[in-house]
Design a protein around this ligand. Structure first.
Ligand code: SF4
Length: 251
């Protein structure tokens, strides 16, 4: 059973508890990496490099940022066999990523206080009875938390207002820094034919926290009681566990 939870684990359990089991309990090897995961991971790495350079007062050119992206992408390909969707190719993904990095590079930036900052909320007192781990993509001045999201569909204000990850990150910031964040920001990179970047802002309060704790508590109860079952959805197209999933329920 887990010794901690993260928002992505909670999210995965809610989307497909069987996939959660394969990944975090059985630790089955993955035969490939879906392109979306590789894309998000490399984009985050490049942005992290960019923010760390800014934090340290180093000048950054867009060309250098592209070269960092290229190097990270190359490493991803060495580490994993990447599985692309029918509608995409390596060339189209790399081009989309560079357009997104270009848009972000040209946009106004606030002073960086921290980039990819890890945190742990210990079990005693975090509201759901198990250590919670996560990291802030970016902390800006004026108590602003920024989360970078890549998606195929454009996120809207309702998505930002209801996004569970921002709820727990707001709670974590308040717990760790002794004051609530003033702004929660999502920078949404949209991977359609013409890539775009949308910025959404939102806030959270205690009622949001309470609801998140209840949800996380139910997820934890499900895991502890070994409630795992397949939930077929659009996610199955990219799932690394098609084969063990098909075998589920036969024995
Ligand atoms: S193939 Fe679909 S239902 Fe099966 S484990 Fe993966 S996501 Fe879940």
């Amino acid at each position: 059973m887990p010794d901690h939870l993260s928002n992505s684990q909670i999210n995965l359990y809610l989307n497909c508890s069987l996939k959660y089991k394969f990944l975090y309990i059985d630790r089955l090897p993955k035969p490939f990496k879906p392109s979306g995961l590789a894309f998000g991971s490399v984009l985050h790495s490049a942005l992290n490099w960019f923010h760390k350079q800014k934090m340290n007062g180093n000048g950054v050119t867009l060309d250098r940022l592209y070269r960092i992206f290229d190097a990270d992408w190359y490493c991803q390909k060495l580490d994993h066999a990447i599985q692309y969707k029918e509608s995409e190719s390596e060339t189209s993904l790399v081009s989309a990523a560079k357009q997104m990095l270009g848009m972000y590079f040209q946009s106004p930036h606030n002073k960086v206080k921290g980039s990819e900052v890890p945190f742990t909320l210990p079990a005693n007192g975090n509201g759901f009875g198990i250590d919670f781990e996560g990291w802030f993509d970016l902390i800006e001045e004026n108590d602003t938390i920024v989360e970078f999201k890549t998606s195929a569909q454009t996120m809207n204000q309702e998505d930002a207002d209801n996004h569970p990850q921002l709820t727990i990150y707001s709670y974590a910031y308040e717990t760790l820094f002794g004051r609530p964040p003033k702004t929660l920001k999502i920078v949404n990179f949209v991977k359609n034919k013409k890539p775009k970047m949308i910025v959404l802002k939102t806030r959270r309060d205690k009622t949001h926290y309470q609801r998140y704790f209840s949800l996380a508590g139910e997820v934890l109860r499900g895991i502890q009681n070994q409630v795992f079952f397949p939930r077929q959805s659009f996610m199955c197209k990219d799932c690394e566990y098609d084969s063990p999933c098909r075998a589920w329920g036969r024995d």
